[in-house]
Write a protein that binds this ligand. Structure first.
Ligand code: ZN
Length: 464
């Protein structure tokens, strides 16, 4: 499907979020792989053969992939992969296994799965949430950390705070002094992803039982069964093979990590959103990013955060129906808002709105900021004094072209634009009076006395 391919290609502006998703996907893929290899061995394959079948899928599992990823993140994550080897034989000399034998095998898989997914899931949940919180602040103050890797962000944060970057809930609670609403948001997000992890474990068990049973019934050899188990072009839709389990997992990890990250952005504002119900000033966000056919026309959508406690019907996002008349928007969002179980035609504005979705909410102060559709993000409004001169924006922005714009440049005979200000060269005789005027009315150009050091610095370097 074109739509779905489109959606899979969405990426976040924040590189470190992509890093986190990549690690979690790959680590769990590694565990899935281990289980299937262990089953291959239990079918009677020798270890080398089992690994080589698992890795010879031409599409995915190039030998180097895992090693590269784990090298890349070795300073961030310490999760290991124990081998999975069953005590129960799965092949049974070509005879069908009894329900009791399947029960034992399933339990072995379930134990391995639980033991190895729990810590990593808690770790990435805490990290995704804290990164969301940090990114919300960065966007608000328009600090550009987007291109930094996960490792860099974590190192910087540890240096600044003098504390280890949390990988457990209790630690994060202490380090960040979370309010109860924030703890709840984090816990809800965690129980969601934990449910998906558990479903994925069930999918593995189903795939193995189905393939082994069918293979034995069809009189296939153990090598043939193992090979069907790992990937099978004809059976790649549901949880049928290792390959389809991995594919499903990758979608889940991308979507759920993003959902936790978004909870980290929104939850810190819940208190403010509650307060805002009593005043005229709402807490607003803009939906940024998302490049599929559904997201694209919705970039820049203005929404208002409401506390989850006032949402009576999760399918109704109208502020009016919640009794809120807002002149800026009628769309409400809340922590954990989602489109799970809805048809595309009925999707509401949320992040993520669909599988793989990387769209995100960016805080906006409507008095001082606006959404720039060309840049696809929230920017400071241009002061009226600059607007009148036909200057749209530029100084405070961060791309190379924008940095170029930050340099001082002439915008008139004796005026220079520099950073967010306009400076006017004035003669010594009027300098004091002009300075006095400017202090009373800061929308006027800032007077700079000709020949002063400030004059030389700004006007001397200004381009025409
Ligand atoms: Zn999209």
């Amino acid at each position: 499907m074109v739509d779905e391919k489109d959606q899979q290609h969405e990426v976040k502006d924040e590189r470190y979020v992509e890093d986190l998703i990549e690690y979690y996907q790959t680590y769990v893929n590694g565990l899935i792989n281990e289980i299937f290899v262990g089953i291959g061995i239990s079918l009677g394959l020798d270890e080398k053969k089992a690994y080589s079948i698992a890795k010879s899928d031409p599409k995915k599992l190039e030998k180097a992939v895992f090693k590269d990823i784990f090298d890349k993140f070795k300073n961030v994550f310490k999760h290991r992969f124990p081998k999975f080897r069953t005590k129960t034989k799965v092949f049974n000399d070509g005879k069908p296994l009894s329900p009791q034998q399947w029960e034992r095998i399933n339990k072995e898989i379930a134990d391995y799965w639980k033991a190895n997914t729990e810590k990593v899931t808690e770790d990435v949940t805490v990290k995704a949430y804290v990164l969301g919180m940090k990114s919300g602040k960065d966007r608000k103050t328009r600090t550009d950390n987007t291109k930094k890797s996960l490792e860099t962000i974590i190192k910087n944060e540890e240096k600044e705070s003098g504390k280890k970057f949390s990988d457990k809930f209790e630690e994060a609670y202490r380090n960040y002094d979370f309010k109860n609403s924030e703890k709840n948001a984090m816990n809800r997000a965690f129980s969601n992803i934990a449910m998906h992890v558990s479903d994925t474990g069930d999918g593995i068990k189903q795939a193995i039982r189905k393939n082994v049973t069918e293979g034995i019934n069809e009189g296939k050899s153990s090598v043939e069964i193992a090979s069907d188990l790992y990937w099978n072009i004809q059976k790649e839709t549901g949880n049928e093979t290792a390959e389809s389990v991995r594919k499903n997992w990758n979608r889940i990890a991308a979507t759920e990590m993003n959902s936790i990250f978004e909870a980290g952005i929104l939850a810190p504002y819940e208190g403010e959103a509650m307060e805002s119900l009593k005043s005229d000033k709402g807490v607003y966000f803009v939906r940024i990013g998302g490049t599929c056919d559904w997201c694209l026309p919705r970039q820049g959508t203005l929404v208002r955060l409401v506390p989850i406690s006032i949402v009576a019907d999760a399918g109704d996002e109208s502020l009016k129906s919640m009794g809120i008349e807002d002149p800026h928007t009628d769309i409400a969002i809340w922590v954990g808002k989602n489109n799970v179980g809805r048809k595309k035609a009925d999707w509401n504005i949320c992040c993520p709105a669909h599988p793989y979705n990387r769209a995100s909410f960016s805080p906006i102060d409507l008095d001082k900021q606006e959404y720039d559709s060309k840049l696809g993000r929230v920017v400071e409004k241009v002061p009226e004094s600059l607007r009148q001169l036909g200057i749209k924006r530029g100084e405070q922005l961060k791309t190379d072209a924008e940095k170029e714009e930050r340099k001082p440049r002439y915008i008139g005979e004796n005026r220079v634009q520099y950073n967010r200000n306009i400076y006017e060269a004035v003669d010594k005789s009027v300098a004091d009076a002009r300075l006095e005027q400017w202090r009373k009315d800061p929308s006027l150009p800032i007077p700079v006395q000709i020949g002063s050091p400030q004059y030389n610095r700004i006007f001397g370097e200004a381009s025409r």
